[in-house]
Design a protein around this ligand. Structure first.
Ligand code: FAD
Length: 625
């Protein structure tokens, strides 16, 4: 009947196809192995797996699962089945497919789902076919709808400030739509930035404008390059960003890996390709150029004032006029927040999280997560991925923790930005402030595993320190960054304490284990860093995490201070549809610094959507957004 006939069409998605580790093809990540074919045959109830044509199946997700309750570790797959292709090659399967029931969570009939390309091809298609633009439905972005490309009277001149993921993707969309884009970046191109970071790590020279936070690619370049996101892995927007990254040189594996990751060594060449593509599209890129001010008249942005951030001798400033300014400066550009306030822009303090970065030997984390399988990790060369972890603790019973902890209740403590096989790095943008984060290379082959352990903080916490107003959260961050710098004793030395000492509030100076942090560590009592309720939240959570991962608390676990820049402490309000600032026309605040993203992918998606919004505003297209 027609319902059955419908099954001849389109794609079926098969979930939870688990293949034991020893049957996985290893490096050939995208190959439909015999083991996987067997699992597919089981779901289809088809008797002879080897008769199934591999061409009809595509792996869309693959994750390693070594939870202790499983009998054996497995790779769990999600696979798309092209019914038409399957039946043309193996007609006998029809009988089985026609009887196949949709088992919730195991099989889904994908009606009319398109295969999205990278962003460049999507926009090119838009222009050629006059259809297919981004449309957001129930929080999911899909590419559909009508495009009516309008010949704008003249190319709008757009300044994009900041070349992090949000600025790059906003520039890409606008340039593809034909805008005259200038990308302004205070830091240096990756080649020079690499040398500046080298000078920091080896000779302790912190270039204020070219470091782990500032420069081409933004904060995410010398990072772990995790591409996981909480904004919907399968949304059209995330897929478009991921496919664009593949277009610029990321391995295809990121499209299906359950925990995609690039690493700094892959990010650097990717960014070079991204840059060349933007330049080919006509984007003017100005590195070493810092935006110091906005040109404003009658509540409208008319342009920006810039100075050469790389030129230490000459600091002459220059005014540049634009039709719109996309502000994608990240959340370490504290000078920009100050500048916006000086123009009476509305900024709103935002909750975020602060804490410490914990580091363990990677071997220990491998064995906590994998037991005897840990020996197969082979420093990122084997089939078994270098182990990571994610831990969370919600603290809700105030009375349980006694009177000293009056601020403890209703907080979460969680691991954040976990870097397996990575290293702890300095993310300060000022020598009198100390903050850290983690990075890794693609193989994640270092001896160390680090992650932030952070506790949520809000306006109440800022006020307890007498910090008020829109930048109270920034001052709160600074407070701990300054304290950490003092406790380290200067020269970018990081104060550290073993997890066991931290729990007992004592300092065993003689027994500090080694750290991956290259600029030196100094034993300190980190209790002196934070107010008591943050310390107690960390202590309580460490004990909880140790129950989940017995051995997590040990003498080798070293806490580093301080982790403050988890997400933006400020939000710059903007209109939901147009992305324009609610207090200044022509200004488009985007990405993490504006409070709309937390991570590489969500920042890129935000920049992409802002690009579409601005393109629409200037009549470069007239579609649904
Ligand atoms: P940013 O990436 O911060 O980019 C802002 C850019 O604007 C910078 O290049 C800056 O130089 C420039 N800028 C600032 N002010 C001005 C000005 N006045 N004039 C001109 N240019 C200016 N996220 C993940 O998802 N996965 C990870 O593994 C990961 N690891 C990280 C590791 C480290 C060490 C760090 C620091 C961050 C990490 N993050 C990670 C977070 C991630 O990098 C950010 O969420 C993301 O980069 C935010 O993107 P953005 O475009 O909003 O801002």
């Amino acid at each position: 009947d027609s319902k059955d006939k419908d099954k001849f069409e389109g794609t079926w998605r098969l979930f939870k196809l688990a293949v034991p580790l020893d049957q996985d093809p290893g490096k050939d990540f995208l190959v439909i192995s015999d083991g996987l074919l067997q699992e597919i045959a089981k779901v289809l109830k088809f008797p002879v797996a080897s008769l199934l044509p591999r061409e009809a199946f595509t792996i869309v997700r693959k994750s390693f699962d070594a939870r202790k309750k499983l009998k054996e570790p497995k790779f769990v797959h999600t696979v798309d089945m092209d019914v038409k292709k399957l039946l043309s090659l193996e007609p006998r399967t029809w009988d089985f497919i026609s009887r196949l029931e949709l088992k919730v969570g195991l099989v889904e009939h994908l009606h009319d789902r398109r295969d999205f390309g990278d962003l460049t091809s999507i926009i090119r298609d838009c222009k050629e076919t006059k259809e297919s633009v981004v449309k957001v439905e129930n929080g999911r972005s899909i590419f559909s709808g009508e495009l009516h490309k309008i010949q704008a009277a003249r190319k709008p001149k757009i300044a994009v400030v900041g070349s992090g993921p949000s600025g790059l993707f906003a520039s890409l969309v606008l340039a593809e739509f034909g805008a005259d884009v200038t990308l302004i970046e205070r830091g240096q191109a990756v080649e020079t930035r690499g040398r500046d970071i080298g000078a920091l790590v080896v000779r302790r020279i912190l270039e204020l404008e070219s470091n782990f936070c500032f420069g081409e690619g933004g904060a995410g370049t010398w990072s772990d390059g995790k591409l996981v996101t909480r904004i919907g892995r399968n949304s059209g927007s995330v897929l478009a960003v991921m496919k664009s990254l593949v277009q610029f040189g990321a391995p295809k594996q990121i499209l299906i890996d359950g925990k995609p990751h690039l690493g700094t060594d892959r990010l650097v060449p990717l960014l070079r390709n991204f840059r060349r593509h933007l330049q080919d599209l006509g984007v003017t890129i100005k590195f070493g150029t810092r935006v110091d001010d906005l040109l404003i008249k009658d509540g409208h942005v008319l342009g920006v004032t810039v100075s050469e951030s790389s030129d230490k001798l000459r600091s002459s400033s220059q005014n540049m006029e634009y039709d719109a300014v996309i502000l994608a400066v990240g959340h370490s550009a504290r000078d920009i927040y100050q500048m916006l306030l000086s123009h009476d822009l509305v900024l709103v303090p935002k909750d975020f999280a602060v804490g410490l970065r914990i580091e363990h030997p990677q071997e220990l984390i491998n064995s906590l997560q994998y037991s005897e399988l840990a020996s197969e990790v082979c420093r990122g060369r084997g089939k078994v991925p270098v182990a990571d972890y994610k831990v969370t603790n919600y603290i809700d019973k105030e009375e349980f923790y006694g009177s000293s902890s009056s601020g403890l209740a209703n907080r979460s403590c969680y691991s954040f930005c976990m870097c397996p096989g990575g290293q702890v790095v300095l993310t300060s943008t000022n020598p009198s402030e100390m903050c850290i984060n983690g990075m890794s290379f693609s193989r994640r082959a270092s001896r160390w595993a680090n992650a932030a352990l952070v506790v949520t903080v809000s306006k109440k916490d800022f006020e307890a320190f007498n910090y008020h107003g829109p930048l109270a959260g920034v001052e709160f961050q600074r407070e701990f960054e300054r304290r950490a710098a003092m406790m380290g004793g200067g020269n970018f030395t990081v104060p550290v304490q073993t997890a066991t000492d931290f729990l007992e509030n004592k300092l065993s100076v003689t027994s500090v284990p080694p750290s991956s942090y290259r600029l030196g560590v100094k034993a300190a009592n980190l209790h002196q860093l934070f107010p008591i309720h943050i310390i107690e939240a960390l202590q309580h959570s460490l004990v909880t995490f140790d129950k989940e991962l017995p051995g997590f608390i040990c003498n080798d676990a070293l806490l580093h201070g301080v982790e403050t820049r988890t997400s933006s402490p400020v939000q710059i309000p903007r209109d939901v549809d147009s992305y324009e600032s609610t207090s200044l026309k022509g200004l488009y605040p985007v990405g993490e610094g504006a409070g709309y993203a937390g991570g590489i992918i969500s920042a890129a998606v935000d920049g992409m959507h802002a690009g579409f919004a601005v393109a629409k505003r200037f009549n470069l297209f007239n579609g649904d957004l």
